[in-house]
Design a binder for this molecule. Structure first.
Ligand code: UT7
Length: 322
């Protein structure tokens, strides 16, 4: 059997935060944020709204839109860095709440690369014949771990959730995939709950995201351009064969730089950052869903998804939209 992506759903909390919000708390302005990142708004969860709630609503939205039964889901993978709690896992919480009695449940810790890692894992689990119906979720409440004293990072993050259903089929639609890591950059993007060390560098626990933006930016552009070309080669395609490129939505300038390096017109990209900010593992499904809703992505289109983030991690796959 082959792996087929058959459904998608998203959810974002109601509260919308515009760039002017940050002018009151740090030395920044709307013009800087728009021109350096492309972000215009982001959504924040309420105090009593957690990542599991966002994920649950994304799954319920998908089930309603596609008229799906969930009781025969046999695996749920949840990518997040903002679990409600470290134990139990988010996947277990959702398995119980959404009544999926047969489902194995596992969280993925690969930061903004997490959703794409989930796609690659789901493809492998289905192609091996072990599982038939898998949910891959990317969900975050980054507003709860944002350092609102750091102007270089607080303006970036937002909350949201997305999910896709991957099923076993005679003829699948998930083609070439990549997944990898570069742990040497671990200290450039972290979220720590303990005083500890990463790569010999002392890390203070503050339960907030800390990022060396410039270093991650440079790494992301060169690594994503490389992985883009590796995916093309694996699938035997050229850049003209890609209808839609859906990279992790961190910064519009990163997306533009990748496109320039690989020779892809920027009009062929889908992003979620302008509306939702950087939502880490949720950013790819949010962008894809919005692309579908806008009537851009059509049946038969070749879509390349490529995630990257803390770890450092990256993963991606080419999907032919069914
Ligand atoms: O999702 C996981 C992966 N993460 C990423 O991919 C994020 C990658 N990095 C980025 O997106 C960008 O590096 C940032 C948006 C974080 C920063 O943009 P940048 O263009 O790389 O800015 P920079 O760090 O080079 O800083 C340029 C200047 C600095 O001032 P000086 O030293 O030139 O005087 C910063 O202090 O911009 C200043 N600056 C700001 N100014 C106004 C930094 N943040 C702000 C701000 N408002 N919010």
């Amino acid at each position: 059997m082959e792996a087929k992506l058959t459904a998608i759903g998203i959810f974002a909390p109601e509260k919308v935060i515009d760039n002017h919000y940050f002018e009151k708390i740090v030395d920044t302005n709307d013009e800087w944020i728009r021109s350096r990142t492309g972000i215009i708004t982001r959504h924040y969860a309420g105090e009593d709204e957690f990542t599991s709630d966002l994920a649950q609503k994304a799954i319920e939205n998908m089930a309603a839109e596609y008229h799906l039964q969930l009781d025969d889901v046999d695996f749920i993978l949840v990518a997040t860095v903002t679990h409600d709690q470290i134990m139990p896992s988010m996947a277990c919480q959702l398995q119980y709440r959404l009544n999926m009695p047969k489902a194995a449940a596992l969280d993925i810790s690969a930061a903004c690369g997490g959703f794409a890692y989930g796609l690659v894992l789901a493809k492998g689990l289905i192609n091996s014949g072990m599982y038939r119906k898998i949910l891959v979720v990317g969900a975050e409440t980054l507003s709860k771990v944002t350092d609102f004293t750091d102007r270089t990072s607080c303006i970036l993050f937002g909350d949201g959730a997305g999910v896709v259903l991957i099923e076993a089929a005679e003829k699948g639609n998930i083609g070439a995939s990549v997944a990898g890591a570069d742990g040497s950059g671990g200290q450039d993007l972290y979220l720590s709950t303990q005083n500890t060390w990463i790569n010999g560098e002392e890390i203070k626990a503050n339960n907030k995201i800390v990022q060396n933006g410039r270093k991650v930016f440079k790494w992301a552009v060169s690594q994503m351009a490389l992985q883009f070309n590796i995916l093309l080669e694996k699938e035997g395609l050229s850049v003209e064969d890609i209808d839609w490129f859906v990279p992790h939505s961190a910064n519009m300038r990163i997306i533009e730089a990748i496109c320039k390096q690989v020779g892809l017109p920027i009009e062929k990209t889908l992003e979620s950052l302008s509306t939702y900010g950087n939502t880490s593992s949720a950013s790819i499904p949010l962008a894809l869903y919005e692309g579908l809703r806008a009537g851009k992505v059509k049946k038969g289109d070749r879509v390349m998804m490529l995630g990257f983030g803390g770890g450092l991690t990256y993963a991606g796959a080419i999907v032919q939209w069914a």
